[in-house]
Design a protein around this ligand. Sequence first.
Ligand SMILES: [Zn+2]
Length: 308
Amino acid sequence: MARAAAGKPKLRMTGLALAALAGIVLLRWGALSRQKDPAIGQAALEHVRELTAFGPRPPDSPAHRNMQRTIVGKAEAAGWTVEQDRFTADTPVGPTPMNNIVAKRKGRSPRVIVLATHYDTKLVREFRFVGANDGGSGTGLLLALAPVLAKRNFNHSLWLVWLDGEEAFREWSDTDSLYGSRHMAAKLKAEGTAAQIGALVLVDMIGDRDLDIRRETNSTPWLTDLIWRVARRLGHDDHFVNSSHTIADDHLPFLAAGIPSVDLIDFNYGPNHRYWHTAEDTLDKVSAQSLQVMSDVLLEVVAELDRQ
Ligand SMILES: [Zn+2]
């Protein structure tokens, strides 16, 4: 009896402790799931479907101009203030008009968080290159995030950036590549606004069915760590793996301008990277599930950066 009597309050204590634990777990789950929006993956895929239907979208093509109108129209409809920065790039195929599109949402603090991608597709004359993943997936994801982010409250300002001219016209080199990001980074530096940007998260080729994002070695370490921590917390560490790679992409000019930047890219596209820059980079290779994983992580990352 004495043992049972002593046992009863202990049981009650355990019950209380369990209830408290369940409460904490629920609160924590609530805090995490508040950022998520389960409809974004599918919405992003629908945007990718629409833009790949435009056909190849190299700078200064009719489809590229359609793409610009589409991005501006959708971002404005979602409530963003959209700026277009038109410039002429000196390329191996001659002077080429380009346009960086920046959707802005003003916060209470002067600090800016940037989500960026490129919307051009590589100029290919030998076959029809529609860049569903390369140029398409990031563009579609940012378009799907736009209406969701527009409705949320943030302390910092938020920019969604669709960069032009990421691709080389001939051979990739320092001068034949990254036209849009080099132009924008130089402009931010000249204006003195580069210092206001707290973080820039670049997404490129993130729609692959077999999503495998590795740490990119040029990227800012604390920002990479923050993203991998978030991915692990959300249970997405099977997609955000712990190996690393080194990629030249649109984050480089921003890093050179002193802006903390990270490149999220799955540069293992298809068996032996077979779909990259080929006629096989088509809509069927892109998955709503992968876009959803990216959305889950990005929404949580933005919320976390906003608390800094
Ligand atoms: Zn490419």
